[in-house]
Ligand binder design. Structure first.
Ligand SMILES: *[C@@H]1O[C@H](CO)[C@@H](O)[C@H](O)[C@H]1NC(C)=O
Ligand SMILES: *[C@@H]1O[C@H](CO)[C@@H](O)[C@H](O)[C@H]1NC(C)=O
Ligand SMILES: *[C@@H]1O[C@H](CO)[C@@H](O)[C@H](O)[C@H]1NC(C)=O
Ligand SMILES: *[C@@H]1O[C@H](CO)[C@@H](O)[C@H](O)[C@H]1NC(C)=O
Ligand SMILES: *[C@@H]1O[C@H](CO)[C@@H](O)[C@H](O)[C@H]1NC(C)=O
Ligand SMILES: *[C@@H]1O[C@H](CO)[C@@H](O)[C@H](O)[C@H]1NC(C)=O
Ligand SMILES: *[C@@H]1O[C@H](CO)[C@@H](O)[C@H](O)[C@H]1NC(C)=O
Ligand SMILES: *[C@@H]1O[C@H](CO)[C@@H](O)[C@H](O)[C@H]1NC(C)=O
Ligand SMILES: *[C@@H]1O[C@H](CO)[C@@H](O)[C@H](O)[C@H]1NC(C)=O
Ligand SMILES: *[C@@H]1O[C@H](CO)[C@@H](O)[C@H](O)[C@H]1NC(C)=O
Ligand SMILES: *[C@@H]1O[C@H](CO)[C@@H](O)[C@H](O)[C@H]1NC(C)=O
Ligand SMILES: *[C@@H]1O[C@H](CO)[C@@H](O)[C@H](O)[C@H]1NC(C)=O
Length: 748
């Protein structure tokens, strides 16, 4: 390992278009989240490098003053005051900052803080599909405040990309039909942007969509800037419509690899060689149009060519020419351009990406400040340590943790506190940031993402038990937690969220969401683990019971939205884990030579009963409604029923079949009311029926036949419309506490 000059790293930092200190932007947070305190908290800028803050008592009584070296640091200073002094917090499930007491709590002695890294990053390219695909600006506004307060200063900003790309392609002679042949549907744009897929199996991407997203992007970018963030914007990647090759017969354009078994019509995207002059021309057109559309607001560009795509050649000279052509095209337009790359390829295609090839690819960008690599899955499969700290390129320690936005409590707090600090101090380390790169954001695991961003402001690793308890206190709007709550969170924090098992370092998938089968579902490890790495009966079950007892003793707890959410979330997980036991019992009965059809039916009944209870539980909380996902999608239809049906299909298909014929079915599964009852439970009932049939007829269960039926069932589900039945509701139903009470009686 070599020692890297701090000057080298500092030069990357200067690549940021650090917004001038924006006190008005910071006041915006107060006006939105704690308007009753408007005018009582002031912000001022301090000289100095890096990101640091001081929070003091203000000059007049009942005021607080936050001083900082950057807008982002002031936002973090405000958050530190609100959480540590004010005892309030903001969550993905909602902001509770308005609960801050009046008059403002006093700052008895100044509170200081400083970031240990220049960059705090957030998002994965696919978060824009799995989580925010259908968001409106109100939903963005909550997340952007959440990010700003935690000190994020480098977010990805993909929304509206197509509104720049499409006019660019038109300028090169492509027709509307040729472009439509390339663009994917609204729920699948991230994978089109990655060059994994092309085209849309639901019909062409509507112009209205592209226009609406451009309007949304302007709002998002304006907010990011006023919150002191430097957005990472897209660039031209080289992926082009097929017809580009016809228009430019002499340009080097080749079909890429197949992605996840999609038919060629939807994958094998055409790739224009970055060494071609045409590539540089298109890049110039794209970036110029992007500057016209959003302003000259950043030097950071997200650009991935090999995310689950195989390079055309493994030749190191070829890889070097791709990288140098790509960077040259960016720097020709923006001399300070920084190429930001998701480092997933180095793990996912590790056999291809040998050290030699990585070095050739990254080394072809000799300017040390021209690239920023996201070590995407650093919490479990770090690549910086096998690449000599990315051969000197600055990189960000990222937590991936979630695939597809599926639910499943999991996390490794001790490691996300220690890992980044260790990596920062490793010999020759060129680490410059920490960040979250979850595919989907699910609020049950919000703790681990907040924790990593909090660690960015602490030189020493944070203390897990202390962290978890203080957070629970804020979450439940308490001055201090009761013994029951303390014990519940101490169990959860030190087991489920301190999972050290190297085989299950990812959101644990429940088999409920997977296509039913007699084998191959349980005990999976790796990136889609179904193995539960803790003892449910010794950990989760007592924790749920403790939460239950806590609200029996203190009924006022029920009024805290995050308490109700946690009770539902832990109970959801308990049912999901119980289901695994019931499933194993069913498989045992089925495989016995002496069991009868009646035995199988008896063993199968509890699975179906449990799913009915799960559906009823999820219906009680607004965070678990499939109808909300559908509602969010269809509101973009402007009342056009045809467009609404198209959007609803997109929304359903992503969560279910993910592709026209179940190419990666259930990858983005969700334990949400409406999906559990309307889809997963229907599949499991069909499975139990098929097993009973097999016993009755004395034939073996026919897995091929069953999966064909499941595909049909998925297709039928995907083409339904929510609310076509008069008694389907869009909102919550039932009382969480009643439902949890009866579940605890039945299943513990
Ligand atoms: C760091 O690496 C350099 C160069 O290989 C070496 O000289 C130095 O001893 C190392 N320092 C530590 C603390 O390992
Ligand atoms: C508070 O008073 C000090 C000393 O008079 C002054 O320098 C500072 O600017 C004031 N701060 C604010 C926030 O008004
Ligand atoms: C392609 O190259 C051939 C041979 O050099 C040349 O005759 C032809 O004009 C070129 N076509 C285009 C569209 O540039
Ligand atoms: C698509 O990619 C696969 C490799 O992943 C390749 O075998 C196949 O020939 C490609 N098809 C086309 C039409 O390019
Ligand atoms: C943006 O930067 C380009 C040069 O990269 C310049 O030509 C253009 O005028 C700038 N646009 C704005 C709106 O500042
Ligand atoms: C990098 O670190 C990970 C996690 O600690 C470890 O599993 C892996 O073996 C290390 N790789 C190398 C090349 O040291
Ligand atoms: C962590 O915090 C807990 C609870 O506040 C405390 O009891 C414990 O001593 C702390 N551990 C360390 C290593 O500081
Ligand atoms: C998982 O594997 C363990 C041992 O490897 C076994 O005891 C257990 O029964 C398996 N669980 C399931 C649900 O298959
Ligand atoms: C409704 O949406 C469909 C599908 O996007 C579109 O073809 C049609 O023109 C729209 N109708 C109106 C009246 O806007
Ligand atoms: C299983 O079902 C498939 C599809 O229905 C059928 O083609 C196949 O013959 C069946 N296999 C057996 C062993 O019955
Ligand atoms: C839903 O409505 C239909 C038709 O009105 C009715 O037959 C059915 O019983 C209702 N189902 C429920 C669960 O209320
Ligand atoms: C866990 O507890 C449940 C209910 O209390 C019981 O049915 C089940 O057998 C227990 N599981 C294990 C693995 O002990």
């Amino acid at each position: 390992m070599r020692v890297v000059s701090p000057l080298l790293l500092a030069s990357v930092v200067s690549g940021a278009t650090v917004a001038a200190f924006d006190a008005a932007g910071l006041q915006g947070i107060i006006e939105r989240r704690l308007p009753q305190h408007a005018g009582k908290i002031s912000f001022s800028s301090l000289q100095g490098g890096g990101d640091s803050f001081v929070v003091r008592e203000g000059n007049s009584s009942g005021t607080v003053s936050v001083s900082c070296t950057s807008t982002s640091a002031c936002a973090r200073g405000l958050y530190t005051y609100l959480t540590e002094v004010g005892g309030v917090d903001i969550f993905w499930t909602g902001s509770r900052l308005h609960e801050l007491q009046t008059p403002l709590p006093k700052v008895t002695s100044p509170i200081t803080g400083a970031s240990i890294v220049p960059y705090r990053y957030h998002f994965n390219t696919v978060t824009f599909g799995y989580t925010t695909a259908f968001w409106d600006f109100d939903q963005w506004s909550l997340l952007l405040d959440w990010l700003a307060l935690r000190g994020v200063n480098l977010p990805l900003a993909w929304v509206g990309f197509e509104s720049v790309l499409i006019p660019t392609l038109k300028e090169y002679g492509l027709s509307d039909a040729e472009i439509a042949d390339f663009m994917s549907g609204p729920a699948f744009l991230p994978w089109n942007r990655f060059g994994n897929i092309q085209g849309s199996w639901a019909g062409p991407l509507p112009t209205q969509w592209v226009e609406d997203q451009a309007v949304l992007q302007k709002q998002i970018l304006a907010r990011m800037l006023e919150l002191g963030m430097t957005p990472i914007l897209p660039a031209f990647t080289g992926f082009v419509p097929r017809a580009m090759a016809t228009h430019y017969p002499n340009a080097s354009i080749a079909d890429g690899s197949n992605w996840d078994g999609f038919p060629t019509v939807y994958t094998n995207d055409s790739f224009l060689d970055p060494a071609e002059p045409l590539f540089a021309q298109i890049q110039r057109t794209f970036l110029t149009k992007q500057q016209e559309a959003w302003g000259n607001i950043t030097h950071f560009y997200t650009l991935d060519q090999y995310n689950e795509n195989d390079p055309l050649s493994g030749d190191t000279a070829y890889l070097a020419s791709v990288a140098s052509g790509t960077l040259a095209s960016l720097r020709a337009v923006d001399p300070a351009a920084v190429w930001v790359m998701q480092g997933w390829l180095f793990f996912a295609a590790e056999a291809f990406w040998t050290s030699e090839r990585i070095e050739a690819y990254l080394g072809a960008v000799p300017e040390p400040d021209a690239m920023l690599v996201l070590d995407l899955y650093a919490e479990a499969q770090p690549q910086w340590n096998r690449t000599d700290s990315y051969y000197g390129k600055p990189w960000v320690w990222c937590q991936l943790h979630n695939l597809g936005g599926s639910l499943g409590l999991a996390g490794n707090l001790p490691h996300i506190f220690e890992g980044p600090v260790d990596a920062l101090h490793a010999n020759g380390s060129t680490m410059v940031g920490v960040g979250n790169t979850m595919e989907g954001q699910e609020p049950g695991n919000e703790i681990v993402y907040g924790a990593l961003l909090d660690q960015a402001w602490s030189a020493a690793p944070l203390n897990v038990s202390d962290y978890v308890l203080k957070r629970a206190t804020r979450r439940y709007l308490l001055k201090e937690v009761s013994p029951e709550l303390e014990e519940a969170w101490s169990i959860i924090g030190t087991t489920i969220f301190s999972n050290q098992d190297p085989d299950t370092q990812m959101t644990i998938r429940s088999i409920i969401d997977l296509p039913p089968a007699l084998s191959g579902l349980t005990n999976l490890t790796g990136v889609i683990p179904t193995k539960i790495p803790y003892d449910t009966n010794a950990t989760l079950q007592p924790a749920v019971k403790l939460l239950w007892q806590a609200q029996q003793k203190t009924p006022s707890l029920r009024a805290a939205p995050e308490f109700a959410f946690d009770l539902v979330e832990f109970t959801r997980q308990l049912l999901a884990n119980r289901f695994l036991e019931l499933y194993s019992a069913l498989v045992g009965v089925q495989s016995s030579a002496v069991s009868t059809a009646h035995d199988v039916a008896t063993a199968g009944a509890p699975l179906v009963a449990l799913l009915a209870d799960l559906e009823a539980l999820l219906q009680t909380n607004e965070q678990y409604l499939f109808s909300a996902w559908v509602r969010d999608a269809t509101r973009w239809a402007h009342g056009n029923a045809t467009y609404a049906a198209y959007l609803e299909y997109e929304a359903r298909n992503q969560l279910t079949l993910w592709g026209p014929d179940g190419q990666i079915d259930d990858y983005a599964s969700k334990q949400w009311a409406g999906l559990v009852g309307g889809y997963y439970a229907v599949r499991w009932q069909a499975f139990v029926d098929a097993l009973v049939d097999a016993k009755t007829t004395g034939q073996a269960f026919n897995a091929t036949d069953f999966s064909g039926k499941m595909l049909q069932l998925g297709k039928t589900f995907d083409t339904q419309r929510w609310g076509t039945q008069p008694n389907e509701t869009w909102g919550t139903k039932g009382d969480s506490f009643e439902v949890v009470g009866s579940i605890l009686e039945r299943w513990t």
